[in-house]
Design a protein around this ligand. Structure first.
Ligand code: 5GP
Ligand code: ZN
Length: 119
């Protein structure tokens, strides 16, 4: 069924606690944890607890939860005190754009200067 946990999904295993992660925030619908390979002083991933392969399919099926991901991304930025200096929220979508984990996730990046446009 849409949104159900997938046995082969790394981020579903982080949601269930089967794989450990450094969790910085949790809500009824989302989990936020530090990226294992940080690309900036703050690099946190915000994921929905439900499984959808990317942000667009999450938003189409569960718009409230997609909004929760954005709200939590903003809360992470405030917690990490990067909201005043500027930060980026990124949804890599598709392998051509660098997506490697096919469970929707927002990258929250900040704490250093960020180039525009990104590579
Ligand atoms: P994507 O490339 O799909 O946009 O982002 C996936 C992110 O997940 C990458 O930045 C990668 O470093 C991170 N990642 C991969 N495996 C793990 C893991 O086991 N734990 C954590 N915390 N992050 C992971
Ligand atoms: Zn998943």
């Amino acid at each position: 069924m849409a949104g159900e946990p997938q046995s082969d999904c790394l981020f579903c295993k982080i949601v269930s606690g089967d794989i450990p992660a450094t969790i910085v925030r949790e809500s009824e619908t989302t989990v936020a944890f530090r990226d294992i390979n940080p690309q900036a002083p703050t690099h946190v991933l915000v994921i929905p607890k439900v499984h959808y392969p990317d942000a667009a399919s999450l938003a189409a099926a569960e718009p409230k939860i997609a909004a929760d991901v954005l709200t939590e991304a903003g809360a992470v930025a405030a917690d990490e005190k990067i909201d005043s200096t500027g930060y980026r929220v990124i949804f890599n979508t598709g392998s051509g754009a660098g997506q490697t984990v096919f469970h929707a996730h927002a990258h929250v990046l900040g704490g250093r200067g960020l180039q525009w446009p990104p590579g």
